[in-house]
Design a binder for this molecule. Structure first.
Ligand SMILES: Nc1ncnc2c1ncn2[C@@H]1O[C@H](COP(=O)(O)OP(=O)(O)OP(=O)(O)O)[C@@H](O)[C@H]1O
Length: 248
């Protein structure tokens, strides 16, 4: 009997006027994977991310969660299926402290009070927040700490699958390395799909990588094979050459 993938895209197309930002993408993600989506600027990564999470209605094609078409489902119904989304701008309650943010996310699991408290403290530990950070209002956190707070909220909500859009954007290398650890913890119980630019981050994290180019899947493979792929290197090196040329 064939296994049903946790998430699949079939013939996904998203057009903006004459531009096909996503142009016939088929994607199969198995339960338990960490999958990275990469590609040069304008490849269609963000648009695909928004289609997969149904923040964009695809022009045509389908997104299936465990074989179930997500079409027509409201955001809260999608969340209830266990699909967690982290956009580039963190969605945290700025006026609440970190512990309260994480507690709110954990409420989704309908745990008893003592169990919920345990989950919250364990999560704070998993994201490496001490008491000072845990009781800090989210609004006063640094950029990286906000991202980790939101990842903590995902951890506490125990999703089936988490989709993350550029979780290391604006981070130092050290912060990126810590984010790798937090996402690995998330992956202990959830499938993870990540859109990213940072190739070191991807090499440390992903089992399989899907490369997008001009709205289509160019290649899908392990990071080692992707790094050795001449066409992929041309796309990235070509971009660097163009940038160097533009800088004069
Ligand atoms: N809301 C929109 N309206 C019109 N065109 C759009 C819109 N969103 C994206 N596009 C176009 O779709 C194409 C793909 O954009 P998208 O942002 O998905 O690429 P990306 O791979 O995420 O790029 P980047 O790495 O620069 O974020 C681009 O040509 C972009 O200009």
């Amino acid at each position: 009997m064939s296994k049903v993938p946790i998430l699949a895209a079939r013939g996904l197309v998203k057009r903006f006027g004459g531009v096909a930002a996503v142009d016939g993408v088929d994607l199969v993600v198995d339960a338990g994977e960490i999958r990275c989506l990469i590609g040069p600027n304008g490849a269609g990564k963000s648009t695909l991310f928004k289609c997969l999470t149904h923040q964009h209605q695809p022009t045509s094609g389908h997104v299936l969660f465990e074989g179930r078409d997500l079409q027509g489902l409201a955001t809260h119904r999608i969340a209830r299926l266990g699909i967690a989304i982290k956009n580039q701008i963190p969605s945290i309650y700025a006026n609440l402290d970190v512990r309260e943010n994480i507690r709110l996310a954990g409420l989704r699991r309908w745990l008893g009070k003592r169990q919920l408290n345990r989950v919250v403290e364990l999560t704070l530990d998993e994201i490496g927040f001490d008491e000072r950070l845990a009781s800090q209002p989210a609004a006063t956190l640094s950029h990286a700490h906000r991202q980790w707070c939101e990842l903590g909220m995902l951890l506490a909500s125990s999703p089936r699958i988490a989709l993350l859009d550029e979780p290391t954007a604006g981070m130092t290398r050290e912060e990126m390395l810590k984010t790798v650890d937090v996402i690995k913890r998330l992956n202990a119980s959830a499938t993870v799909i990540v859109v990213e630019h940072d190739l070191e981050f991807i090499a440390r994290l992903a089992q399989r990588v899907t490369v997008l180019h001009r709205g289509k899947v160019l290649v899908e493979d392990t990071m080692d094979k992707i790094e050795a792929n001449e066409i992929v290197r041309d796309i990235y090196l070509g971009r660097k050459k163009e940038a160097a040329h533009a800088e004069g």
